[in-house]
Design a protein around this ligand. Structure first.
Ligand code: ACO
Length: 427
């Protein structure tokens, strides 16, 4: 293999090193391109552009592989819990018992949220989208934890990390409880991380909290599946905001906003709304397949297609099985699951979808499980954010530890050339 690549432009040749990742991915390192040749590259949507070197998550879209720190998503979803996966993503290794216990204790020590934060939440109408509320609350947390911005030492960084891992689930639960008209509750330090999330979300004011193993296990698995996905839209946002040294919580708040969009995390809400609309319209999946293929119709089959997975999304396989298990165990017969299965079958056999390599992604099935667990539809993307939290933190931490420069892309200007100013009265 050649370890350099040449660009020829206006008769001159410029040579650039080719770098190789641990999974043999190749990249032309063009850091010196503009300095030596005066030209830049252009790649809207970054379909061909790596923004960083990263040791956190590996995925191979063609082969349908996803690994966190070298461990397969299948193994982690089956054998680890979410807190272990969070530790693995952030610090690089699976924790031993002592490390995990300390991590858990450090998080629990920070699990209160300043009571004043409730006033901010109070200011939102009940109809506010939970993603907007969560993003605002996460940003507001900076005001109550000003030291979280100064992360010049690894210890300060660790403190910010455990603080947000502790407080974020409280914000998630409060966001949902406000929407449902339930009193804002705190967790219980004697419970496990995900168990506590479940309690904070679902505890009824006049009832003893009942542990629900099926729900907690399903939630744990969903959070693991969403925990990281290398340089996607929201993660790149977290890294780029963090690259200005804006602080962890502010960077996460920006990541939440990026995740909100229906082409990214908002897809899980969009999938369920689409399935409900198809059901209300008589369940004619063929009609919606035709709409998805019609270029004059803006409708897209939500939950299908992925920027990177052009074979299958390994998370979708795990989650499909989990959806069947959870619904079976809870004794729920959901007509929406049948519509989803019908659409999947038709799409997998349809030439349009086959040609474009469009397969169900993780969000195609996650909403069905969230619905079965009693989570409101507009909270689905919030659940995604909760799962993605350790990934965002890990990526932010890596970016800071590697002392990456501020993210600042170039552009090619295509606007007006110089013009003389025309005074208002002459326009
Ligand atoms: N339904 C119908 N057609 C589709 C779909 C879809 N869901 N997705 C892509 N296509 C078509 C496009 O129209 C295009 O067709 P063309 O080549 O004839 O013009 C072709 O497939 C390629 O699509 P792009 O939009 O160029 O693919 P890209 O990689 O940029 O986008 C994306 C990927 C945004 C996920 C897209 O497939 C989509 O919009 N899917 C639906 C939304 C969704 O499920 N998002 C969740 C992503 S997963 C996540 O964020 C966790």
């Amino acid at each position: 293999m050649s370890n350099s690549a040449t660009i020829e432009f206006e008769g001159k040749k410029y040579e650039f090193p080719v770098i190789k990742g641990t999974e043999n991915e190749l990249a032309i390192d063009i850091k010196a391109l503009r300095g030596t040749s005066g030209i830049v590259t252009i790649d809207p949507g970054y379909k061909n552009t790596g923004s960083c070197e990263s040791a956190i998550t590996f995925l191979d879209g063609e082969k349908g592989i996803l690994r966190y720190r070298g461990y397969s998503i299948e193994d982690l979803a089956e054998k680890a819990d979410f807190l272990e996966v969070a530790y693995l993503l952030i610090f690089g290794e699976l924790p031993n018992k002592e490390q995990l216990a300390k991590f858990d204790q450090d998080i629990k020590a920070e699990s209160h949220v300043d009571e004043e934060m409730k006033k901010i939440l109070d200011g939102f109408p009940k109809s506010a989208h939970p993603m907007g509320v969560l993003s605002s609350l996460t940003s507001a947390l900076v005001a109550f934890n000003p030291s979280s911005v100064d992360v010049s030492s690894e210890e300060a960084m660790y403190n910010s990390i455990v603080r947000i891992l502790a407080k974020f689930p409280v914000l998630v639960a409060w966001t949902m409880r406000k929407k449902m008209g339930l009193p804002l509750d705190y967790g219980d330090d004697s419970l496990g991380y995900v168990e506590n999330i479940h309690k904070m979300m679902f505890k009824r004011p006049n009832k003893e909290y009942q542990k629900d193993k099926i729900a907690i296990d399903a939630l744990d698995k969903l959070l693991i599946l969403h925990a990281d996905h290398e340089q996607n839209c929201s993660t790149s946002t977290v890294r780029i905001v963090g690259s200005s040294h804006a602080g962890l919580f502010a960077s996460l708040s920006a990541g939440i906003s990026a995740l909100w969009g229906p082409l990214h995390g908002g897809a899980n809400q969009a999938v369920l709304e689409m399935l409900r609309a198809i059901e209300e319209d008589g369940g004619d999946t063929k009609k919606y397949m035709a709409k998805a293929k019609d270029k004059s119709d803006p409708f897209r089959l939500m939950g299908f297609g992925h920027r990177v997975y052009k074979n299958f999304d390994p998370r979708a396989r795990i989650i499909k099985k989990s959806a069947d298990e959870v619904l079976g165990a809870l004794g729920i017969e959901d007509p929406i699951l049948e519509i989803a299965k019908g659409l999947e079958k038709e799409a997998l056999e349809d030439q349009y979808f086959v040609d474009r390599k469009l397969y169900p992604n993780v969000d195609f099935y996650s909403g069905i499980i969230y619905r079965a667990l009693g989570i409101p539809v507009d909270m689905f993307t919030v659940m995604f954010a909760l799962g993605r939290l350790p990934g965002w933190i890990a990526q932010w931490r890596e970016m800071r530890l590697r002392k990456e420069p501020i993210g600042r892309p170039r552009q090619i200007y295509i606007g007006e050339n110089y013009r003389d100013f025309v005074a208002l009265k002459k326009r």
